[in-house]
Design a protein around this ligand. Structure first.
Ligand SMILES: Nc1ncnc2c1ncn2[C@@H]1O[C@H](COP(=O)(O)OP(=O)(O)OP(=O)(O)O)[C@@H](O)[C@H]1O
Length: 283
């Protein structure tokens, strides 16, 4: 008679995450069919695609929050079905698109909750846990308002707290679903620098994002999801080409890589043809 599950045996040579041909069916509807995602340490992967393409569903499926109906999801070589709560929480942190902001909870208390995968059930936080919480708050730039209640924070501050909650998990992969969707330009830039900085610390970051110019600026790899499957994956300048922007988003747009390392996305918003833009809207 077997007692409990055997500890998973991770393969240090395998990618942190390798998802192939992932399918998800919800309520009889095929949401994903044939989505791939690979994540390696120190890399930032941006998952982009139109509304309803299946980006969040893919993120949730690889994070173990949505059961796939097909394909394979492996974390350091171990099939996700073999990984349960705590083991999964120590592999990846997931910052959801919308999370409830509870009343009466301070920033520090929220970040402590992020540490819970390391704490035994009904156990107390140990010194190492408190240190991890402080480190996470410092890294995310939220220490200066650690005692404030979540309900008093701006959108940008709250997103950084969400990242701190994820960082307290000390998982090698941080996944964030649309963390910049309600942020102004300055707060978006702060968050972008923070996420990119985390890759310099050795973490892998998976970012679900609509803003293609942001994706192009921060990502090592862009994965395009359209109609429930991945249609392209690679460096931003190779993936976000004019033909694909037209095919997937139905816009005339082009990504410019400037010599100073900056990127710019030029979009013919009103479908007008500028004399030298090269855009042909057919209008
Ligand atoms: N729980 C659910 N029940 C039914 N349909 C769902 C569910 N979750 C997602 N869907 C549907 O699956 C499709 C993909 O949704 P998903 O949220 O993954 O797309 P997305 O690319 O993240 O979209 P967006 O950019 O608008 O957030 C949509 O048509 C959505 O309505």
């Amino acid at each position: 008679m077997a007692f409990g599950r055997q500890a998973p045996v991770f393969d240090a040579g395998a990618p942190l995450l390798e998802a192939r041909d992932v399918a998800v069916e919800i309520g009889g509807k095929q949401i994903l069919h044939g989505a791939d995602l690979r994540v390696d340490a120190g890399k930032l992967i941006a998952v982009v695609g139109p509304n309803g393409a299946g980006k969040s569903t893919l993120a949730r499926a690889v994070a173990g929050l949505q059961r796939p109906s097909g394909g394979s999801v492996r974390w350091s070589g171990v099939e996700i079905g073999e990984l349960r709560g705590r083991a999964l929480a120590q592999l990846r942190a997931f910052v959801p698109q919308r999370s409830r902001v509870p009343d009466g909870v301070s920033v520090r208390e929220a970040v402590r909750i992020g540490r819970s995968p390391h704490v035994k059930p009904l156990g107390r936080l140990m010194r190492a846990d408190h240190e991890a919480v402080e480190r996470a708050m410092e890294r995310a730039g939220v220490l200066q308002f650690a005692e404030r209640h979540l309900t008093t924070l701006s959108g940008g501050e709250l997103q950084r707290v969400q990242i701190a909650v994820g960082l307290a998990q000390e998982a090698p992969v941080l996944m964030a679903d649309e963390p910049t969707s309600h942020l102004d330009l300055g707060a978006t830039a702060t968050l972008a620098k923070l996420l990119r900085g985390l890759t310099a610390d050795g973490l892998a970051v998976v970012l679900v994002v609509h803003d293609l110019s942001l994706a192009a600026a921060v990502a090592d790899t862009v994965v395009v999801i359209a109609d429930g499957r991945s249609v392209a994956s690679g460096p931003p300048s190779e993936v976000l080409v004019r033909e694909r922007l037209h095919e997937v988003w139905h816009v005339d747009a082009a990504l410019e890589q400037r010599d100073d390392g900056h990127t710019a996305l030029h979009i013919a918003w009103l479908g007008r043809r500028e004399p030298d833009s090269g855009f042909d809207t057919g209008a």
